[in-house]
Ligand binder design. Sequence first.
Ligand SMILES: CC(C)(COP(=O)(O)OP(=O)(O)OC[C@H]1O[C@@H](n2cnc3c(N)ncnc32)[C@H](O)[C@@H]1OP(=O)(O)O)[C@@H](O)C(=O)NCCC(=O)NCCS
Length: 203
Amino acid sequence: MRLLRARSLLLGATPPELRQALRKGRDQLQRFDSRLRSALPEALGGRFSQGALICRPLTDDDLPSFAGRPGQPKQVTLGPRCFGIGVVLHGELIAWGLCVGLGPRDEEPLEHVLLMASYVLPKFRRRGVARRLIAARLETAAARGARVAFVRALKNNGASIAALEASGFERVAPAQEPAWLEGARADQVLLTYSLERVAAAVM
Ligand SMILES: CC(C)(COP(=O)(O)OP(=O)(O)OC[C@H]1O[C@@H](n2cnc3c(N)ncnc32)[C@H](O)[C@@H]1OP(=O)(O)O)[C@@H](O)C(=O)NCCC(=O)NCCS
């Protein structure tokens, strides 16, 4: 009965309505898949175990992995103020992200860093990869002397904000944003993380 109703709905639909219905169905399927993966054991496609994922520095050899993807890094050999981390699973690069020092050019050590260009390949999402990627960058930044990390996320990017908050980042109220931190946009939210605890653990 439901199938018949869906069929007559689809046949009677105009192309834009049909497109919208298909998009909605795809979104619902993706949300279901994402929730399911977060609840399953690793062998059935759930969260990866500690040893499965390897974090390593990004190099220029990794560039083909992001080439052409909107919003992704165009270079990775960025010098002492910026580093990239890649997450590898069975030899395949499945996620990456950058960390850039903020402040005056000659500031040493870098007190403040900005995490950016975080990306997990869609088929590996909701399995704890972003948690590892965030932790690896925070540990490296802390080992280099950074004390506070920031991230700007789009307000409508619920997955990104949720992943950052799950890793301990906290939202900064617009009035509390440091005056020297440029680049605020109305459609973005700023989140921050104190690296003092991480620094104590990695020293
Ligand atoms: C945002 C992104 C990096 C998250 O990666 P991920 O590997 O799926 O995240 P994790 O599996 O480590 O999730 C960690 C926590 O974040 C939250 N989370 C992640 N994705 C979520 C989603 N789609 N909906 C709700 N919560 C989500 C959950 O709390 C999750 O913990 P749980 O699985 O125990 O519930 C990934 O979706 C992505 O690459 N998106 C496209 C690029 C992007 O938007 N980058 C961010 C730019 S600032």
